[in-house]
Design a protein around this ligand. Structure first.
Ligand SMILES: C[S@@+](CC[C@H](N)C(=O)[O-])C[C@H]1O[C@@H](n2cnc3c(N)ncnc32)[C@H](O)[C@@H]1O
Length: 258
């Protein structure tokens, strides 16, 4: 028997998702219309476009979209909220990298908007922080805030378990083809000062209520608390845990056949 190796490796649902580029799981085809939801400055949208698909990048941040347009003038971008965006045409796929865990207001509303924008059979492929993401970082933050007599920091993320997110996708009219929940320790590239720099970039809201004179000692305490778990000889590592999924929009009115 001859295996079609390329297809086996990359075809939807069979790709070895862990560690492979998300774009390979999406597997964009020339001529497909694909949304990059929470596109940021458009790097992932550009990867999708390189495979010949027509991409629309959507992001709620005007600053991100301005930068995306400047960096990738040949691509289409729009400012919109993932909880309520609408499209005038059907898309073949919606992809999202490192963005769905920021869309905390109503994850079901985001899934409903994605469903609405896809043709039946269209793909929804994404990667987000999963349950346990940044657990060491978060415990270090919460402990430091307590030590300084501050109330617990407001954290801006939603890190669902695989079971929870699969349930939401199924309830939302999708068939889940692949779902992976994997540890992905990653070098912190945000700055030399470890967890402190990471918080300034990814959780600046948590610092908003902190008296200015406490910010530096508070962040230093976070570093002290997080260092045993997250500082390596080669540098700081974030304890990322990722949820990666690929789902297909069910045909309208379809039911499972056993
Ligand atoms: C960490 S960035 C990821 C950007 C990009 N996908 C990437 O891979 O580099 C998260 C992005 O999600 C966007 N975002 C967060 N909440 C959003 C929402 N409700 N609607 C649309 N975009 C949102 C942010 O503006 C930000 O650009």
């Amino acid at each position: 028997m001859h295996w079609a190796v390329t297809t086996y490796d990359t075809a939807f649902g069979y790709v070895s998702a862990h560690g492979a580029p998300l774009v390979d799981l999406l597997d964009p085809q020339p001529g497909e219309k694909i949304i990059d939801l929470g596109c940021g400055t458009g790097a992932f949208a550009a990867e999708i476009a390189e495979r010949g698909a027509a991409v629309l990048g959507i992001d709620g941040s005007p600053e991100m979209i301005a930068q995306a347009k400047a960096l990738h003038p040949e691509l289409s971008f729009a400012i919109d909220d993932a909880h309520c965006f609408t499209t005038s045409e059907s898309f073949d796929a919606v992809a999202s990298n490192a963005a769905l865990h920021w869309m905390t207001r109503d994850p079901d509303a985001v899934i409903a908007r994605v469903h609405e924008s896809l043709r039946p059979g269209g793909r929804f492929v994404g990667e987000l922080g999963g349950e346990g993401n940044c657990a060491e970082l978060i415990v270090a933050m919460q402990t430091a805030w307590r030590v300084f007599g501050l109330s617990e920091p407001e954290l801006p993320w939603y890190f669902p378990s695989p079971a929870e997110y699969a349930g939401r996708l199924e309830e939302g009219g999708f068939t889940v083809r692949l779902l992976e929940h994997a540890e992905r320790p990653s070098r912190m590239v945000e700055g030399p000062n470890g967890a402190a720099d990471w918080i300034r970039v990814y959780a600046p809201g948590a610092l908003a209520e902190v008296p200015p004179e406490l910010v530096e000692p508070l962040l230093q305490r976070v570093n002290d608390l997080a260092a045993p778990a997250l500082r390596r000889e080669s540098g700081w590592v974030a304890d990322y845990v990722r949820l990666r999924f690929a789902a297909v929009r069910k045909a309208d009115g379809s039911s499972s056949v056993y």
